[in-house]
Design a protein around this ligand. Structure first.
Ligand code: NPQ
Ligand code: MG
Length: 371
């Protein structure tokens, strides 16, 4: 496949409500979209980097820069491309996995659209719909949290994830358990907000029978997670720590986690995400699909990934209206607590031009002739 041009488009979309995590509060999403033009088809990818480097070291302006200056020139130089060759061609560039993932996703989408194959089928999906979970932000008070959880359960969500941080953990979790009962599928996400010195405090979560605790400790502290996992009964799940299939294998073999959150952006793309799925399956470790408040473009691809066999826990694959009043594609909706896996060619959804224009803050077109 030949690459004719690459468009970088920045969009700004307001969130339906502020989303607070242990690393801050966001009220809008500033997103970089990548569109590739090939002779056969266009393809779309969404970069999950946030505006600021607070979830990981990547951030949207940096991602746009590295794509423009370092990734796209290498792809044009490579001549004929396939999605499978993108990662090898970009291998000399260290890190920048979210940037690489967006570019690979766009090329993969173009390739699959050209051949009429859905991303779900290409990745090895075994389900037509996936169970939807929802991530609930930190609130200023418990009654507000209970109202939020209640409305998500009314909407049909099959699993609740509470964001936690020191000072917002035992009491809110206890309140949610008491109000909604022992059958509620409940898990928590700390986004690295604790240290191993908090192990005895985190053991106080044991009685609440959580599905998992996600990324309690800093991303580079695998040994700490292994030690913590021996001190608490809640299963430890890693998010930020896992940037590759090799990381997943290492974390599993040292006992740092028994469950893995797979986010394609964090690990450099859907093809590496599938390798993580495979390595975890080989170890008997369940995985689930994380989310980064994607628009329909990234959400469509995540839902395709979540349809693979070892995605046995509900993901942060929520409906579009969890985050946005208006999505840039046809919206993803809950049907009996599930989201349908797109079955059209490529990611199976297409941005709505007028909506895209409305949210666009800048565009640039990169061609092979550019220095
Ligand atoms: C996580 N996602 O699993 C991330 C964190 C995250 C759905 O909990 C704006 C504001 C964008 C907060 C992207 C979920 C964000 C954000 C991701 C939080 O750790
Ligand atoms: Mg997380």
């Amino acid at each position: 496949m030949k690459l004719n041009a690459v468009e970088l488009r920045r969009i700004a979309i307001p969130l339906v409500a502020p989303f607070r995590t242990s690393f801050g509060t966001q009220t809008k999403r500033d997103i970089l979209l990548v569109r590739v033009e090939t002779p056969e088809a266009d393809g779309w990818g969404e970069c999950v980097a946030l505006s600021e480097p607070v979830y990981s070291s990547e951030y949207v302006e940096g991602a746009a820069h590295v794509i423009r200056e370092h990734l796209v020139p290498r792809l044009f130089e490579a001549g004929s491309l396939s999605a499978a060759r993108v990662a090898p061609v970009l291998e000399p560039v260290r890190g920048h996995r979210m940037a690489k993932a967006a570019v690979e996703a766009a090329i993969l989408d173009a390739e699959l659209r050209a051949s009429g194959v859905s991303l779900a089928a290409h990745l090895g999906a075994v389900r037509e719909a996936v169970d939807a979970g929802v991530s609930v932000g930190i609130m200023s008070a418990i009654p507000e949290l209970l109202d939020a959880v209640s409305s998500y359960l009314d909407a049909g969500y099959r699993r609740i994830k509470l964001k936690i941080e020191p000072g917002w953990d035992v009491a809110p979790i206890q309140a949610v358990r008491e109000r909604f009962g022992d059958d509620l599928a409940l898990q928590v996400d700390a986004n690295t907000a604790y240290t191993l010195a908090d192990a005895r405090h985190l053991a106080k979560l044991d009685p609440f029978d959580l599905l998992l605790i996600e990324q309690p400790l800093p991303e580079d502290d695998l040994a700490g997670h292994a030690a913590l996992a021996r001190m608490i009964s809640t299963p430890v799940c890693l998010d930020e720590s896992i940037e590759s299939a090799r990381d997943a294998a290492a974390a599993i073999s040292m006992g740092a986690c028994s469950i893995v959150n797979v986010k394609p952006g964090r690990v450099g793309g859907y093809l590496e995400a599938r390798r993580i799925h495979d390595v975890c399956a080989a170890h008997g470790v369940p995985v689930w699909c994380g989310g980064m408040l994607e628009t329909g473009i990234g959400r469509a691809a995540n839902v395709a990934l979540a349809a693979l066999p070892n995605f046995t826990l509900p993901g942060d694959t929520s409906a579009s209206d969890r985050y946005f009043h208006q999505d840039v594609t046809e919206p993803f909706v809950l049907e009996d607590g599930r989201v349908r896996v797109p079955d059209g060619p490529g990611i199976g959804v297409t941005p709505i031009a007028a909506v895209l224009e409305q949210f666009t803050t800048s565009t640039e077109l990169l061609g092979p002739g550019r220095p």
